[in-house]
Design a protein around this ligand. Structure first.
Ligand code: TRP
Length: 379
């Protein structure tokens, strides 16, 4: 249960976490071309997944120091763009946020996923096979379980589960990832991954997917544009020029910054998605740039997102609408509303650009005057 802390007083007129985030979601659904009836279903799905936390008034502090988002809101939105169509809307949430301890957090997360599986009639078999790896009795690390929902027309979402490779110890993360891949039949997958500084997430598609993926997220400290171009392991892949171009745009590199300019603040992540087991090679690649650490305010993040979207032939107007759907503040009056910009290549499909949108239910980070992490060129 939610621990009551000193200062946790609330006046009952304050909006509650569930109502606030569900209100944002309903507006975003409209931008993603979902009908009002679907929006209503998904608003209830969000409120159900938050459980008792949904009722928590926002004038109380966040239920935990969840690292799902910077202000500890246990909900984040994303819009994933493809050329020539409305973006798809996704929702990331931490069902166990507010539990007393990581173990309980994970238990609540598993229970919520299993309730979803019953409701939408999908199997949790792939998750069950990994339970001992990611849910040990004394779990460690920054989180236990997150869940992402892709909100399709029709009111039945596609479900993804995010697990913590450091659950059995940070030093065992690589082993945990390798073993999880092996159990899912991807024996050779681990050996194909590029060099990394950490393994922040392991993710699984559950439910109604054509080709369910197992995804490994890698952390890359001080990554340069040239390094980024070498990360994809797919064949055929995107080509390093496309990856490097996206890196330059999202990181805001100037013409004077050479290919060795490095992102020394919050690290870039790459994600490698495995579907088939024959070649051992991934069939999906994503580069995640934490744009919020490399801009002074969201006006700059928005400009970079618009450049990247336009470059890939995507209409940026739903992104503009999405910011207005979640907040009435101006982009330049804070930083962190656009948390990440990501470029995804899935085998046989055109590249996708994804923008991660914070809820800011609890706090807005003020704009910065000087960038905390100047892009550094190491000579
Ligand atoms: N807030 C965490 C981070 O910044 C986790 C996270 C939330 C994340 N949304 C994400 C990571 C999107 C990658 C992409 O790392």
């Amino acid at each position: 249960m939610t621990a009551v802390r000193p200062g946790d007083r609330s006046d009952s007129s304050a909006p509650a976490l569930g109502g606030f985030t569900a209100g944002q979601l309903v507006k975003l659904c409209d931008l993603a071309g979902l009908e009002a009836a679907d929006a209503e279903i998904y608003a209830h799905v969000l409120i159900d997944a938050l459980g008792a936390l949904a009722e928590r008034p926002l004038d109380r502090p966040p239920p935990s120091d969840s690292f799902l988002s910077d202000d500890h809101t246990p909900v984040e939105f994303s819009l994933s763009f493809l050329p020539g169509t409305v973006p798809s809307l996704r929702l990331l949430l931490e069902p166990g946020c507010g539990a007393a301890g990581l173990r309980q957090n994970g238990r609540t997360g598993l229970r919520v996923i299993r309730e979803m599986a019953q409701r939408w009639d999908f199997s949790t078999g792939r998750l069950d096979e990994l339970e001992d790896l990611f849910f040990p009795s004394s779990a460690e690390g920054p989180f236990a379980l997150w869940c992402a929902l892709e909100l399709r027309p029709g009111g039945v979402p596609k479900v993804k589960v995010y697990l913590n490779p450091a659950a059995s110890g940070q030093e065992r993360s690589a082993r945990t990832v390798r073993e999880a891949l092996r159990r899912l039949g991807h024996e050779q997958a681990f050996a194909t991954l590029p060099q990394a500084d950490g393994y922040p997430f392991f993710a699984l598609d559950l439910g109604d997917w054509d080709t369910p993926r197992a995804k490994v997220y890698l952390r890359h400290d001080d990554l340069s544009e040239a390094d980024a171009g070498r990360l994809p392991r797919m064949s055929p892949g995107l080509g390093s020029a496309v990856v490097q171009g996206f890196f330059r745009t999202a990181a805001g590199l100037k013409s004077g910054d050479g290919p060795d300019a490095r992102l020394g603040g919050r690290p870039v992540l790459s994600c490698h998605a495995f579907t088939e087991t024959a070649t051992g090679l991934p069939s999906g690649f994503t580069l995640h740039i934490p744009v919020r650490d490399y801009v002074r305010h969201d006006g700059e993040a928005l400009a970079r997102a618009v450049t990247a979207l336009s470059h890939h032939g995507m209409d940026p107007s739903p992104l503009l609408g999405s910011l207005a759907a979640v907040t009435s503040r101006r982009p330049r009056d804070g930083v962190g509303l656009i948390a990440y910009l990501a470029l995804t290549h899935q085998h046989g499909r055109p590249p996708r650009v994804t923008t991660y949108i914070s809820s800011e239910a609890y706090a807005v980070r003020p704009p910065v005057v000087v960038l905390p992490h100047q892009v550094a060129t190491v000579h």
